[in-house]
Ligand binder design. Sequence first.
Ligand code: C2E
Ligand code: MG
Ligand code: MG
Ligand code: MG
Length: 291
Amino acid sequence: AATRDGGDPVRCYEPSMGERAARRLRLIRGFSAAVARHDVRVDFQPVVSLGERTVIGVEALARWDHPELGLLLPDEFVPVLEATGQIAELTSFVLDESLAAARRWLDRGMRLSVAVNVSVGNLAAADFPDEVATLLAAHRVPAELLTLELTESGVSSEREVALPVLRRLHALGCHLAVDDFGTGQSSLAHLRRLPVDQVKIDKSFVLGMGTEYGDVAVVRAIVEMGHTLGLTVVAEGVEQAAVRVALAEMGCDVAQGYLVSRPLPARCFERWLDSLDVHPGEPGAAAGPRT
Ligand code: C2E
Ligand code: MG
Ligand code: MG
Ligand code: MG
C-alpha cells in the first residue's frame, strides 16, 4: 500500500486473478529446482511440556525463500503443491531434514521428538508407510520420536483411504496427531476410531483464551475429553504467559507458541537450546524464558 502526494486514501494492492494464476504457475514450475537449490528449508518450533516445563520436541515447518518473491509461507505454497501432487516431494524433503536433525540431537545426548505435517495426498499413497520406515532406518531414529500431524478435515474426508495407511504408520511406532482440532467437522468421539495419540487444539481457540470466555470453555472441554480418550493434548498458539498458566491449570499436557519461541532455522534453534539452563530431556530443564 502507498499514499500519493495528493493525499489519496491508502489503497491495498490486490492481485488480479491473472496475476494470482501466474504466481501459482511459477510456484508449480519452480518447486523442484527450489528444493535442489536449498531455497526450501525446514524451521523448527519448540514444543514444551506444561507440567515439567521441559523442551520435549519440535514441530517442523516448511519455508520457501524465493529469490524474487521473498519468503513464502506454507499457507500459500502447500495448497498449490497439494493440488499438483508435488506435496509428496515436500513431505519427503521435510521428513528427511527432520529425521537428520533428530539424529544430530540424539548424537548430542538430546532426545527430542519431531512432528511433521502430512497432507491427505500423502495418506492416499499406499507406499507412504514404507517411505517413513526407510527414512527412520536410514537416519537411525526410533519411530516413537516421530509424530505425524494430520488435519481433522484430512482424516475425516478421506477416512476410507487413509485408515489402512494410518494403521501401518501407527504399527511402525510413530505417533499420530490431529492438528487444528476444533475447526473441522469431526468430533472427539470420531477420533476414538482412529489410531491417534494426540490432539492439537487449533490456535484460534488458544489465542482467544486471553479475551474470550467461550474460547476458555472450548479449550477446557477439549482437554477433558481428550484425556478421557487417553490422548495427549497439545495447545498451539500460546502467546501470553497468562494463557500458559491457564492451560497448565486445566491439565493441558503440551504447549507450543511464540511465548516459548517462534519457528527457527535449525542453527538458531540449536543456539536457543544451548542458551537454556539445562539440556532438554534432563529433569529440571527450563522451557524457554520464564515470563
Ligand atoms: P500448523 O501445523 O497448525 O502449524 C502451526 C502454525 O502456527 C505455524 O504456521 C506456526 O508458525 C504458527 N504458530 C505457532 N505458534 C504461534 C503463535 O503463538 N501465534 C501465532 N499466531 N501463530 C503461531 P506456519 O509455519 O505458517 O504453517 C502454517 C500451516 O502450514 C501449518 O499449520 C501446516 O498446516 C502447514 N504446513 C507447514 N509446514 C508444512 C509441511 O511441511 N507440509 C505440509 N503438508 N503442511 C505444512
Ligand atoms: Mg502442525
Ligand atoms: Mg495447527
Ligand atoms: Mg494450521
